[in-house]
Design a protein around this ligand. Structure first.
Ligand code: FAD
Length: 310
């Protein structure tokens, strides 16, 4: 069995692996796709000390760093269930889709999340060519331009307020008849001179010129009329889905499906820790996921030195 088994191989899992292995304990990483969301990222400009890199390059560097240590990397492994230890300090079991299972004294859950898509024509074609999810990552690329934010919940309105300070003009499109964000955010948004809000708007297509976004089409749900807007960027903010279905009923999750953790990265199951985008930690970013992965590994080590091996 492992001392630390990390499930998920994005920035959180990779950082946890380096920190655990450096304690000289038996460390394994099982991931469906080692690298995680970073593999789908083009430019990364906000990881401290790395002024600019590309996602696949960053993922390869993470993997090289982990492989510097004695870490058992098991790629293409999809976890389907976690079975808590039957006795205190006992072994925790993680079961995988292929029927295999692994046992470990501690487990770090770092299965990340994915953004919900609009599922309209053009969205995939223009992803990273104007269609994006992250205002912190890509806002500055649209300086002086007109962008749309799709979604009028808290994330969408926060993104719009953030972007309004960076880009020339922001149009918020909300499907429902009114915005769903907290009143204080709505007031702030509506006080900004370069923001337009369109409610009852169902986005139907991302329009581009073959190399980049040039606009979007939507249906006005009140009148049924088709409308179009010329713009350069589209920030989709209609939900982040944590990859935690496999923990339902075993580990406490928030109402958004995020693993509930405390300041040490502990979950409510003894010996089970969590880090990164799959958790309740606010702000889903690489540097934050990596920091929390390190924290979870140190907490797991702390747990190990306080419990006796079975
Ligand atoms: P993830 O990166 O999501 O990794 C999750 C890991 O778990 C993967 O290995 C996955 O295969 C695995 N996994 C999932 N389910 C299972 C399962 N059941 N069993 C086993 N393994 C599983 N952040 C920035 O800081 N700067 C940026 O410029 C930036 N740009 C981005 C651009 C895009 C297009 C996207 C999508 C995100 C971007 N982000 C950026 C956000 C950043 O990528 C995430 O915050 C970060 O990757 C989270 O790391 P993580 O390790 O928590 O999860």
């Amino acid at each position: 069995p492992f001392d630390v088994l990390i499930v998920g191989g994005g920035p959180a899992g990779a950082a946890a692996a380096v920190y655990a292995a450096r304690k000289g304990i038996r460390t394994g990483v099982a991931a469906e796709r080692f690298g995680g969301q970073v593999l789908d990222t083009v430019g990364i400009d906000n990881f401290l000390s790395v002024q600019h890199t590309e996602g696949p390059q960053f993922a390869a560097a993470m993997e090289r760093h982990v492989r510097d240590y004695e870490v058992d990397i098991m790629n293409l492994q999809r976890a389907t269930a976690l079975v808590p230890a039957s006795t205190e300090g006992g072994l925790i079991e993680v079961q995988f889709e292929n029927g295999a299972s692994l046992k470990s004294r501690t487990v770090i859950v770092s299965t990340g999340a994915r953004w919900r898509n609009m599922n309209v024509p053009g969205e995939e074609e223009y992803r990273t060519k104007g269609v994006t999810n992250c205002p912190h990552c890509d806002g500055p690329l649209f300086k002086g331009k007109h962008v749309a934010v799709i979604g009028g919940g808290n994330s969408g309105v926060e993104a719009a307020i953030d972007l309004a300070g960076v880009v020339a003009r922001v149009t918020v499109l909300e499907f429902a008849p009114e915005l769903k964000a907290d009143a204080v955010l709505q007031r702030k948004l509506l006080s900004m001179p370069n923001v337009t809000v369109i409610t009852n708007a169902q986005t139907t297509q991302v329009v581009g010129d073959g190399s980049k976004v040039t606009g979007l089409n939507y249906t006005d749900r009140a009148t049924g009329e088709a409308q179009d807007i010329a713009l350069e960027g589209i920030f989709v903010q209609i939900g982040l889905l944590p990859s935690t279905d496999w923990l339902k009923g075993t580990v406490e999750l928030s109402r958004f499906g995020e693993v509930q953790i405390d300041g040490h990265g502990r979950t409510d199951v003894p010996g089970v820790f969590a880090a990164g985008d799959c958790t309740t930690v606010p702000f889903k970013q690489i540097v934050i996921a990596a920091g929390d992965g390190a924290k979870a590994a140190l907490s797991a080590f702390d747990h190990l030195i306080r419990t006796t091996a079975p």
